[in-house]
Ligand binder design. Structure first.
Ligand SMILES: [Zn+2]
Length: 229
């Protein structure tokens, strides 16, 4: 893995003793150079950064050391926590066209290598806590998008993928979504949370409808999380 240091001024100290227990994956929607510029710009009204930027060719740029806070998550919620920058590591993946073009295999191979290294350094990041920006900011963010290969990552030991054949969740789906981790603000429409779940786990149809397949997928995830927390 080829890592190039390109420090960003947009960083802060981690709170003393606080855990780093969430890994957040993003896409940039910008070419590499623009991505690096934006994520290093100290003059923007809202300063942003990430720990790493992963180019399409597999080159990794390190902008912020993992023991410091990068500003990638913004307003965000997961498993009852909010403002997740202080407890997370953020990777921005260069992908110009969002949902229109697959991620190149070389880029994903390096992403898997990078994520494995991050997880090895932060054992508190349980598989349930490997998330997309869209998972932690429903209704606001859609990255890393419908073409992100979440299953390939899960097969490589990064994050979770639903086990097939689970009995669908009955009744109100929201408590079950919250049990998995979705912890959005109260004023957000429940459909947006279902959509966020579908973006990650059922990307062929993101309609916010808690249908039978969506409920079965969620059950197939919840079956796996009891023992890891
Ligand atoms: Zn993002």
């Amino acid at each position: 893995m080829n890592i190039i240091d390109r420090p960003s001024p947009n960083q802060a100290v981690r709170p003393a003793g606080g855990p780093v227990d969430i890994l957040v994956l993003h896409y940039t929607e910008l070419p590499l150079k623009d991505s690096l510029d934006v994520l290093s710009d100290a003059a923007r009204e809202t300063r942003v950064s990430a720990h790493y930027v992963l180019d399409e060719d597999g080159t990794v740029y390190r902008l912020v050391p993992e023991d410091r806070v990068a500003w990638h998550a913004g307003r965000s919620h997961w498993r009852g926590y909010e403002a997740l920058n202080v407890r997370s590591t953020g990777v921005e993946i260069v992908n110009l066209h969002g949902d229109r073009h697959d991620y190149p295999p070389r880029q994903i191979a390096v992403l898997i290598e990078l994520c494995r290294a991050i997880l090895a350094r932060h054992p508190a990041i349980v598989p349930q806590n490997v998330v997309g920006h869209s998972d932690i900011a429903p209704g606001r963010k859609i990255d890393p998008g419908l073409r992100f290969p979440w299953k390939a990552l899960a097969d490589a030991g990064i994050g979770l993928w639903p086990k097939a054949g689970a009995a669908p969740i009955e009744g109100d789906i929201l408590p079950a979504l919250q049990r998995f981790g979705y912890s959005p603000p109260r004023d957000l429409a429940p459909e947006e949370i279902v959509k966020a779940f579908q973006r990650h786990f059922r990307s062929t149809r993101v309609d916010g409808v808690a249908d039978r397949e969506t409920r079965a997928l969620l059950a197939g995830l919840l079956d796996q999380v009891g023992s890891q927390t």
